[in-house]
Ligand binder design. Structure first.
Ligand SMILES: Nc1nc2c(c(=O)[nH]1)N[C@H]1C(S)=C(S)[C@@H](COP(=O)(O)OP(=O)(O)OC[C@H]3O[C@@H](n4cnc5c(N)ncnc54)[C@H](O)[C@@H]3O)O[C@H]1N2
Ligand code: MOO
Ligand code: MG
Length: 426
């Protein structure tokens, strides 16, 4: 008699998996290689930025009080006593009615307290001495870029667990991080199962299809910030699949298999977990696609049995594996971010399970609109190419109409969420 599987609410399934989440070790890498990695330490300003008062313009550093009476009728004439470019520091200190020719980025000379843009002044030469004339007055601090105006020493600028972007790299360089401390990438093993599977380079043959899941999952692993280790595709044979799973365990931090988790005669993953002595956390989730998604644990190591159906496999990864990876990488917001959107199509048939419809978002008239892409079936692959979101329709007794406000999970967003989703979800 077939054992009846008890579907676990999605939220509980995620919480169950997160109980086994761990945090990875750190490593130091070159700043050149740090894009898209995850900071393992807060980035703290260890000096003010800019580190000195400087000129934001090409022009003249002056003493504002010398310009008090300046006007079109009564221009003021200041003697130009020095010229400095960015990187140079003037050895002169300004006295009454003196100015220093200064370039953008150069440190303010001592005694100066304002900058006049070159365009607002006139330069004249009188018997070998250079003067600049001004037709208006300036206040103390005019056109000065002050020490610490960008950031003060001690400010936490980026939290650990944040994905490094080009902007963050600019900060790392500003504060002298030739080497950056990042979280080590978890290694995620991938095994595709299925006797029908051909390699990507093979010709189609009767009854066969090309293996797309392992390539897709490999890319999802990379997108999540982890390192994939493709361990091959295997035919539906209990012993060879068992051996492959068993021997892969000490090579990886997490193992993903695709296919073979349902109740078919050749779905061997349940048997493999039994033979391994693994603790199966659940083998059914109240969601569609991906209801057969199974997660087991052995000595604290998670084994993700994702569905063979491409859309189900995709959704299973994003909901369960991604947060585990992001937590490993020290993110405090490891789950997909959820936003509200307006549904663009009817889903009138009630579904007992929460439905994750692959969707595409459109931003128009100040609204976020979510349109389903392709067929809403777990065995479709084409909808995945266009999807940028998962439209989440909680299970229950009612259907959904176009125009309804629905929750949508953002697939490509990096902000993430500290919770799996809104409180309305089960
Ligand atoms: N009697 C029942 N049958 C099924 C149930 C059920 O509850 N009772 N659940 C269905 C649901 S829902 C799903 S989802 C699938 C899950 O099946 P498995 O995870 O066991 O996956 P397979 O049977 O191995 O394959 C399913 C489907 O996906 C294709 N596939 C598999 N691997 C790949 C790959 N690497 N690349 C591309 N496509 C792949 C495979 O050819 C099958 O068509 O079970 C239902 N059945
Ligand atoms: O697990 Mo299946 O994908 O719910 O259709
Ligand atoms: Mg099956």
């Amino acid at each position: 008699m077939l054992e009846k599987r008890k579907p676990l609410p999605v939220k509980l399934a995620i919480e169950e998996v997160m109980k086994y989440s761990t945090i990875g070790e750190c490593e130091k890498i070159s700043i050149h290689d740090s894009i898209d990695r995850f900071l393992a330490e807060d980035l703290v300003a260890d000096h003010p930025v800019p580190p000195f008062d400087r000129s934001p313009y090409d022009g003249f550093a002056i003493r504002s009080k010398d310009t008090k009476l300046a006007s079109a009728e009564n221009p003021v004439e200041l003697e130009v006593i020095d010229e400095i470019g960015a990187g140079s520091v003037s050895e002169h200190s300004l006295s009454e009615n003196q100015a220093v020719r200064i370039m953008t980025g150069a440190q303010m000379p001592s005694g100066s307290d304002a900058v006049v843009m070159l365009e607002l002044s006139k330069v004249i030469n009188k018997s070998g001495t250079t003067y600049m004339t001004l037709k208006r007055s300036f206040k103390e601090g005019d056109n000065v870029s002050f020490r610490g105006e960008d950031t003060q020493e001690g400010s936490v600028l980026v939290k650990k667990g944040t994905k490094i972007t080009p902007g963050i790299i600019a900060l790392l360089a500003t504060f002298g991080y030739e080497l950056v401390t990042v979280s080590k990438k978890p290694k995620v093993g991938i095994i595709a199962t299925g006797s029908e599977l051909l390699d990507v380079g093979e010709q189609l043959a009767p009854g066969k299809i090309r293996n797309s899941n392992s390539y897709m999952v490999e890319a999802q692993v990379k997108r999540s910030g982890a390192e994939p280790l493709y361990l091959g595709k295997l035919p539906d044979d209990l012993e060879s699949c068992f051996q492959a799973v068993k021997h892969s365990l000490d090579k990886v931090d997490y193992l993903i298999t695709t296919g073979g988790v349902s109740v078919g005669d050749f779905d061997y993953l349940p048997e493999i977990y039994k033979k391994l002595g693994a603790n199966v956390l659940f083998n059914k989730i109240a969601m569609r696609p991906g209801s057969v998604t199974t997660v087991a644990e052995i000595d604290g190591k998670l084994l993700f049995g994702l569905s063979g159906n491409p859309s189900a496999c995709y959704v299973g990864f994003e909901l369960l594996v991604r947060p585990i990876v992001r937590h490993f990488l020290r993110s405090k917001r490891p789950h997909l971010q959820m936003v509200k959107a307006e549904l663009e199509k009817d889903f009138l048939k009630p579904n007992p399970f929460t439905r994750f419809v692959r969707g595409k978002l459109e931003f128009s008239d100040g609204k976020v609109k979510a349109s389903p892409v392709g067929l809403d079936k777990s065995n479709v692959v084409t909808s995945l190419a266009e999807a940028d979101s998962l439209i989440t329709l909680p299970g229950g007794t009612r259907g959904y109409q176009a125009g309804d406000k629905v929750d949508v999970l953002l697939i490509d967003d990096q902000t993430g969420s500290d919770k799996p989703w809104a409180e309305s979800f089960k």
